[in-house]
Design a protein around this ligand. Structure first.
Ligand code: CA
Length: 175
């Protein structure tokens, strides 16, 4: 009986661990990105979801729009997700302040007219996290409203909300 309990505990630890890894997956990598305009071909929207967080624009892993009003970048996901948080890697070699006021929006509208999760108010750090608290949708957008601006994103990572689950630990306890 003791061996059986130990086995169950081991299985449940592995199961919980695997779920933890799954929940931390960056779902942005499987989406398709587009933006209001592209300053030069190498600064295309997909550079912000290529998995490379290099923040130096010259190394070709950042997206960059023209001077648009509004400038926007949009990620189309393969299905609807409940979004926990969005991590943005800002440009590091220049002009980080351009991202001030940028809004992260999540929803089902393909024209960026979606609820706002949060606004970038501090660009002192390269990595900016915006909490979306489970807002649901197929699209994640970064929009700079109200002015002409260039939008530059060296990486955007999107994390899904945790999926409620019944712990096997609990089942064991019940048993
Ligand atoms: Ca990148």
């Amino acid at each position: 009986m003791k061996c059986f309990v130990v086995l169950l505990v081991c299985i449940s630890i592995g199961w919980v661990h695997s779920r933890t890894i799954f929940q931390k997956d960056n779902i942005a990598r499987s989406g398709e990105a587009t933006q209001s305009s592209t300053y030069r071909p190498e600064y295309n929207a997909a550079a912000a979801i290529d998995g490379n967080t290099d923040s130096n624009m010259r190394y070709g892993s950042c997206s960059l729009t023209g001077n648009d009003n509004p400038a926007w970048w949009r990620l189309g996901l393969k299905k609807r997700y409940k979004v926990d948080k969005v991590l943005i890697v800002n440009r590091g070699d220049c002009c980080s302040e351009r991202l001030l006021g940028a809004e992260v929006r999540v929803g089902d509208s393909a024209d960026n007219n979606n609820p706002v999760c949060g606004t970038v108010t501090d660009v002192s750090e390269l990595y900016i996290t915006v909490s979306c608290h489970g807002k649901e949708g197929r699209y994640v957008s970064v929009v700079i409203p109200g002015r002409e601006e260039t939008l530059q994103l060296c990486e955007v990572k999107v994390y899904e909300s945790e999926i409620p689950s019944i712990s096997l630990f609990r089942l064991i306890r019940i048993g």
